[in-house]
Design a protein around this ligand. Structure first.
Ligand code: C5P
Length: 238
């Protein structure tokens, strides 16, 4: 697939057009950002690790019946995806209290959330990705009620699939963020699924194995990401 021109450069990935108008190339970079782009660093191997990790997860989700934009992995840092119209709404499910929920509500980190929570955020760095709801999304035209309903069902289905997958590697899926888009009229999962966009804890020690290591300056960020992959049976190139 011929990569043509850069369409868009996000905080961690760049998107390129291809000679097929329905397909794009995602290039996973080593750039790592947190706090709406206020903390930025380049972490060696991150682009490769996240690209390979994301390909593995997207394939598992597709096998389980989740429609995704993922087509195939092209190289260590690049994947081919379907060109969707992105829905600017982030869906977050939480199984265990951490991060923004703890900050916002003052609940204790680590408590089990039963049933798991579902939250919506507007994808807008300048505004700090504010929390929104279905009513606001509909009124401002960010997503239709039908799209929101589909996104919610798919986000919970992903929870069911991935909680079990990570449990096999002795990990707890604490929370995660998903983004969706529309491809040929269908709501499909977009963006990426990697330790950059979820929280994963060791099931026994509750050691953090995700981007919180970067956010909180704990070190060993990529080592943790590779450990997560290794526990799922993924091998990364040297
Ligand atoms: O910060 P907060 O606790 O609300 O994040 C919930 C989950 O969503 C975390 O796993 C976090 O990594 C992810 N997230 C993300 N991108 C954002 C906001 C949250 O990947 N812009």
């Amino acid at each position: 697939m011929e990569k043509r021109q850069e369409l868009y450069a996000g905080k961690a990935k760049s998107v390129y057009t291809t000679d097929d108008p329905d397909l794009l190339v995602l290039n996973f970079r080593d750039d790592t950002s947190a706090f709406d782009g206020k903390k930025v660093e380049s972490l060696a191997r991150k682009g490769m690790v996240n690209n390979i990790f994301n390909a593995f997860i997207m394939e598992r989700l597709q096998e389980a019946g989740i429609p995704t934009h993922f087509v195939k992995q092209l190289s260590n840092t690049e994947s081919l995806v379907k060109k969707m119209q992105m829905i600017p709404v982030e869906c977050v499910v939480r199984n265990i209290a951490a991060g923004g929920l703890v900050k916002r509500l003052g609940v204790e980190e680590g408590i089990a959330l039963t049933p798991p929570t579902f939250e919506l955020f507007l994808k807008n760095d300048e505004k700090g990705d504010p929390m929104i709801n279905e009513s606001l999304a509909e009124t401002f035209g960010w997503a239709t009620p039908e799209q929101l309903a589909k996104m919610k069902v798919l986000t919970f289905k992903v929870n069911h699939i991935l909680k079990a997958l990570f449990a096999e590697g002795d990990m707890l899926l604490v929370d995660y963020k998903l983004e969706f888009g529309v491809f040929k009229g269908e709501v499909v999962l977009g963006d990426e699924f990697s330790p950059d966009g979820c929280r994963l804890w060791d099931a026994n020690t509750r050691e953090k194995l995700d981007k919180d290591r970067f956010r909180q300056g704990l070190g060993g960020v990529i080592e943790a990401y590779e450990e997560v992959g290794r526990r799922l049976g993924i091998t990364f190139p040297a």
